[in-house]
Write a protein that binds this ligand. Structure first.
Ligand code: NAG
Ligand code: NAG
Ligand code: NAG
Ligand code: NAG
Ligand code: NAG
Ligand code: NAG
Ligand code: NAG
Ligand code: NAG
Length: 664
């Protein structure tokens, strides 16, 4: 009995289960994306062990507060459904969160306000095939009310944003204007703008916009937070007035409010559509030849002459945008579910975070018009790589390992990849290292990739030369990298372990004891690897590139060996992939963090080390990328893996702290 009790206590200590009272689909993430469209439009609801939409303020990705408040008034009773405002001398109830659902582009909350359920939908479009739409730094905030008792009710909704959306320093002075017409827009900005300047990762340039189409029942107001909110709480409508006493963000907290009187409702109301955005121009300063500077604008400027036009178009496009988002969400869900439901949930949480850290830009010609042939995205991919190549081509990049020509780069790989020199890699938290086998893999795949490019460019001799060099490197590499038993890869010293691009760790505690690898438990707790203590082997996730590109330089036997390592660590191979994926999902849902999905965490207990909201979570789409890769080799058949007793041997000490993990 006592033993059982201890067991239970241990389990509950390992699982900090969120005491949430709402249904969460697919799960309650560490932080819920609300408006996540660009590095400077990035609003989240931090969760921890479970935080309702009205239990805290939304936060910027760094964790600083973004004032965003919402009330719904039902038959004269006011309920707070968004943010954590407090207004003296008023009576307000808290709406009760009934559910949270997230998909790749949407986070939806149902908040019960007495006899009415308010559906609060945050839609951050992801439009990879439309550069104009993808580059619009706006998100939708959509409200719809429905009686939950079959009766009719009088309903008014209210929301506001504070000036915290435009600065990292609340003591700075802001100014604002409200424009009316077919759309009502509140615009707020710093009075002293700093071009390309940041304070605490917040841009000190540009403006925030809070807008809605002019419809019957719409009222607006700007002014001190408590004053404007009390106005709605007391009367259910705003005064259509503007405060013109421009002041600091935190000086009597100016807010920018919109209210909609939905009238007496007996069924679900049509959506109240609001857009929130942050726009700056120019967006990026880019170094071109001879050290000259070039201003680059967000791509949408090539199609719109003013922000107002862009906002009108964005708001007018809502129903189509929703329909595209639903198609996109369901495509991602279907494709990722083919791997597993847990995988689909990790991907859904990662999509906005990955896209929301990028921006698509365009330059201007000498005549001042936009040069739409010159598109660059500031992060990865063709448009993403272009600025890197071009910059290096200017000759201003000081390091020899990145040349302007791919062929020159290949010469570097030929001379350095088999026995990589002491250098940092994406695992640079471990410091710089020599002989990183995982880097060797990447380099060898790179040489083969250049052989394919040379072939496409009609350079047959070069192609064949590079192809044979990569083949010969694979043979030599296998000698360096295979253990004396021939059963696994001895991946140099100091190689953190990863499964492809997913955040996966296994218990490599070296005695082959896998008793704690219980399905459903968080595998991220496992592993003993740190700067002070490294095993002599690991997962060579860079082989993903060989599979993705279909270069096929590594023989199947290496992949099989690879899988054997994973397999041996967890005894049963049948569900190995899903077990790893479930571990990541458990980490993402363990309630121990409140930050946008972090990719660096303690494997001993799943606590995050930082690295919040980074676009590297795009790597979670790795398995989807292989699905759509026609020439990729087949996935190793884990069902067919020979399940043997663990074969791994290593240092006897396992007293080192958990491994820290980040990056791709
Ligand atoms: C607000 O400040 C900006 C930046 O200094 C300035 O361009 C704009 O004219 C000001 N607007 C108002 C209404 O004062
Ligand atoms: C970039 O834009 C800023 C602000 O408009 C301007 O002051 C600056 O001269 C521009 N730089 C170039 C290189 O065009
Ligand atoms: C790296 O590998 C080479 C070739 O095997 C070896 O000579 C060198 O000592 C190794 N360096 C380190 C730091 O292990
Ligand atoms: C193959 O490429 C290497 C590296 O560029 C070069 O040194 C070698 O001469 C080439 N061999 C042939 C046959 O072209
Ligand atoms: C765990 O490993 C130890 C040492 O190798 C061994 O004695 C023990 O039987 C293992 N336990 C299980 C459950 O496999
Ligand atoms: C990993 O294995 C080691 C050695 O068997 C054990 O001490 C440790 O608790 C395990 N950790 C987890 C989280 O499974
Ligand atoms: C994988 O291996 C198992 C066991 O050998 C086999 O039954 C199954 O058909 C294989 N699957 C594929 C896709 O080859
Ligand atoms: C698994 O491997 C062992 C040892 O190499 C071998 O004896 C056995 O036949 C293999 N089993 C299967 C099903 O391949």
């Amino acid at each position: 009995m006592i033993i059982k009790l201890i067991g239970l206590l241990t389990l509950s200590a390992l699982h900090v289960v969120a005491a949430v009272t709402w249904s969460a689909t697919p799960f309650n993430p560490a932080s819920v994306p609300l408006a996540v469209r660009s590095p400077y439009l990035s609003a989240w609801l931090d969760q921890g062990a479970g935080t309702a939409l009205n239990a805290n303020w939304p936060h910027f990705w760094t964790g600083s507060i973004l004032g965003w408040a919402g009330y719904v008034k039902v038959d004269g009773t006011t309920y707070n459904f968004l943010g954590a405002p407090s207004v003296p001398a008023t009576t307000v109830q808290k709406a009760v969160q009934k559910s949270l659902t997230f998909t790749s582009t949407q986070s939806t909350f149902v908040m019960t306000a007495g006899p009415v359920d308010l559906t609060v939908n945050f839609l951050s479009p992801v439009e990879p095939t439309d550069l104009v739409k993808q580059s619009l730094p706006f998100s939708y905030f959509v409200l719809s009310a429905a009686p939950n008792d079959g009766k009719s009710h009088s309903v008014q909704v209210y929301s506001d944003i504070s000036a915290e959306w435009v600065s990292g320093d609340d003591s700075l002075t802001v100014n604002w204007t409200t424009t009316t017409g077919s759309v009502v827009t509140h615009q707020v900005q710093l009075e002293q703008q700093t071009l390309f300047g940041e304070v605490s990762d917040r841009i000190q340039q540009g403006s925030a916009f809070y807008s809605t189409p002019s419809v019957t029942g719409l009222t607006y107001q700007t002014g001190q937070d408590e004053v404007v909110r009390a106005q709605f709480i007391n009367s259910g409508k705003l005064l259509n007035t503007q405060d013109t006493q421009f002041r600091a963000v935190s000086d009597d907290w100016p807010v920018f409010a919109l209210s909609h009187d939905l009238g007496t409702i007996s069924t679900a109301t049509p959506p109240v559509v609001i857009s929130i955005g942050h726009v700056r121009d120019p967006a990026v300063q880019y170094i071109i030849a001879n050290g000259a500077l070039q201003n680059r604008s967000l791509y949408f400027w090539s199609q719109f002459s003013s922000v107002q036009d862009a906002i009108s178009s964005f708001l007018g496009d809502y129903s189509n945008a929703l329909s595209r988002a639903q198609t996109f969400d369901s495509k991602v869900q279907t494709d990722a579910s083919a791997i597993s439901a847990d995988y689909a949930s990790i991907v859904a949480l990662s999509v906005r975070q990955a896209f929301g850290a990028t921006e698509i830009t365009v330059s201007k010609t000498t005549s001042g018009s936009f040069d739409t042939s010159d598109i660059m995205m500031f992060m990865k991919g063709k448009y993403l790589l272009l600025p890197l190549f071009e910059y290096q081509a200017t000759g201003q990049y000081p390091n020899k390992w990145s040349f302007n020509l791919l062929d020159q780069w290949t010469q570097f790989l030929i001379s350095d990849s088999l026995i990589p020199a002491n250098q940092i890699s994406t695992d640079d938290f471990a410091g710089s290292l020599a002989n990183q086998t995982n880097l060797a893999i990447k380099g060898i795949v790179g040489i083969k990739a250049m052989s394919v490019i040379a072939s496409l460019a009609g350079q047959a001799a070069k192609s064949s030369n590079y192809s044979s060099i990569s083949a010969s490197y694979v043979t030599q590499w296998q000698k360096f990298a295979t253990s004396s038993t021939g059963k696994h890869l001895t991946l140099s010293v100091n190689i953190p372990r990863k499964l492809l691009d997913t955040l996966i760790l296994i218990n490599f505690t070296m005695n082959g004891n896998s008793t704690e690898m219980i399905p459903g438990m968080s595998l991220v707790q496992s592993g003993h690897c740190d700067n002070a203590y490294f095993p002599s082997w690991g997962l060579s996730y860079n082989m993903f590139a060989d599979k993705l590109l279909g270069t096929n330089v590594f023989p199947q036997s290496v992949y099989d060996m690879h899988w054997e390592i994973w397999t041996s660590a967890i005894v049963s191979s049948n569900t190995v992939r899903d077990l790893f994926i479930t571990a990541v999902r458990n980490y993402a849902a363990d309630g121990k963090s409140s930050q946008p999905l972090g990719d660096w965490y303690e494997t001993a207990d799943g606590s995050v080390e930082g690295f919040r909201a980074r676009p590297v979570v795009g790597g979670h789409l790795a398995l989807l990328a292989l699905q759509t890769q026609p020439s990729a080799t087949t996935e190793p058949n884990v069902s067919a893996a020979n399940v043997t007793a663990p074969t791994i041997a290593g240092p006897s000490s396992n007293s080192a702290p958990g491994m820290r993990r980040w990056g791709l």
